[in-house]
Design a protein around this ligand. Structure first.
Ligand SMILES: *Cc1c(COP(=O)(O)O)cnc(C)c1O
Length: 405
């Protein structure tokens, strides 16, 4: 991979027409170590956030020894990056053949369920393979109510009484049992974890079976940019959030059991920026070479404002407008799909023109993992960059990716 000091150097050297992901492995490792230093248990990186081999490898080098996986492709990616890493198969709804693959081929012994039919599938595989259920920890996923930017409890999780039943059934069948939840992504309110811990405590007391662990899931927020025309969102820092979580874990007496967290976004968001090129400027509209079907997928980045840096093409000799004036541009994506328009503007100097580049910061989470091959556009160029995004001078602009929803 080619290395550059910063994205501007990469853009001006390569003059890329395709989007370029700027990978900062040292930022990734530092953010992983920061999380591990703050969380009083095992850190299992959520592979879906960004499962690129370079990411998994750098995380293994940083000391991440466990990975939250959900599919055979993720088992394989983790195994390729780190032969010794532990995998936690935390998808509550699984194909029986995938459970078999997990247990038989990948030696996975930690698994999540939220329904009795999932226990049936698991038990069929355990019997067929003649595995002692006592060597498997089954985490029962409980429903939580949260205030995350992305709420996930509508989809997964057993209600408290149901979770009690599942724990007892698993315990009777000889499994080790734990409790897990996932409060959603980019959570803003520290109370969210506390509420989940309170339900976990209720379930534990009712079930009255020994617990082998508690998994608090992911959801830890990454710092992004903000729109200067709006009130800055009040986000607790990771240090504050973690201090609160540690105090809550202590208060609800979970500190004496093995703890797991499954961070995704907070670990990899800052490790990448993205260089996009302006294919065409048409008035206050920019057509860029990325979009909602590539790295700017609305489904996950939908409520986030990303910092952006203008990289003017020095080959453009004459420009119209005032370069110190920052104005909103409507941004159209690369595909021919009419929905491929970001519904919130990018704010850029008035002088931006066809051929210029824009570096979008903090794009490491839920970007390249969600890109599609729609219309034949599939950004897949990577360079390594050494300077962290924030150290490259204040970004003069920002890309707000918020959509209709
Ligand atoms: C997506 C997911 C995560 C990671 O979430 P982040 O908000 O990126 O930290 C963790 N656990 C589970 C079960 C998930 O589905």
């Amino acid at each position: 991979m080619q290395r550059f000091d910063n994205a501007r150097d990469a853009a001006l050297t390569l003059r890329p027409d395709d989007p370029v992901y700027c990978f900062r492995p040292e930022v990734l490792k530092a953010d992983a170590r920061r999380f591990m230093g703050l969380f009083p248990g095992k850190t299992a990186y959520a592979v879906k956030t960004n499962g690129e081999p370079m990411v998994l490898k750098a995380l293994a080098e940083a000391g991440i020894e466990a990975f939250d996986v959900a599919s055979p492709a993720e088992f394989e990616a983790v195994r390729a990056a780190s032969p010794r890493a532990e995998m936690l198969y935390m998808h509550p709804v699984k194909a029986q053949s995938d459970i078999r693959l997990a247990l038989e081929t990948y030696g996975i012994r930690v698994i999540a369920v939220d329904h009795e039919d999932e226990i049936t599938k698991l038990s069929r595989v355990v019997q067929a393979l003649d595995i002692d259920p006592g060597t498997i920890i089954v985490f029962v996923r409980i429903q939580t109510k949260g205030s995350a930017a992305y709420e996930l409890s509508k989809k997964f999780g057993a209600g408290p009484a149901h979770a009690v039943e599942l724990l007892r059934r698993l315990d009777r069948n000889g499994y080790k049992v734990g409790l897990c939840f996932h409060v959603g992504s980019q959570i803003a309110d520290p109370e969210t974890y506390e509420r989940a811990l309170r339900s976990a405590d209720w379930v534990r007391n009712r079930a009255a079976v020994p617990l082998a662990g508690l998994d608090v899931g992911g959801g830890f927020p990454a710092e992004y940019g903000h729109d200067p025309n709006r009130k800055a969102p009040e986000l607790p820092s990771l240090e504050e959030l973690m201090a609160r979580l540690r105090a809550d874990l202590d208060e609800w007496a979970f500190m004496d059991m093995p703890l797991v967290a499954e961070p995704g976004r907070v670990i990899c968001a800052h490790a990448f920026s993205l260089i996009v090129r302006v294919m065409l400027r048409k008035g206050r509209r920019l057509y860029i070479n990325d979009g909602i079907w590539s790295s700017l997928s609305d489904s996950w980045t939908g409520k986030i404002t990303l910092p952006a840096r203008f990289i003017p093409d020095p080959a453009i000799r004459s420009r119209n407008g005032d370069k110190s004036k920052i104005v909103p541009f409507k941004v159209c994506g690369a595909t021919c799909d009419s929905v491929d328009i970001l519904s919130r503007p990018f704010w850029l100097p008035e002088t931006v023109d066809t051929g210029d580049w824009i570096e979008i910061g903090h794009i490491g989470a839920y970007s390249m993992s969600l890109r599609t091959r729609f219309n034949g556009f599939y950004p897949d160029t990577f360079v390594e960059v050494t300077t962290p995004f924030e150290q490259g001078g204040a970004p003069e602009s920002f890309a707000s990716l918020e959509t209709m929803a």
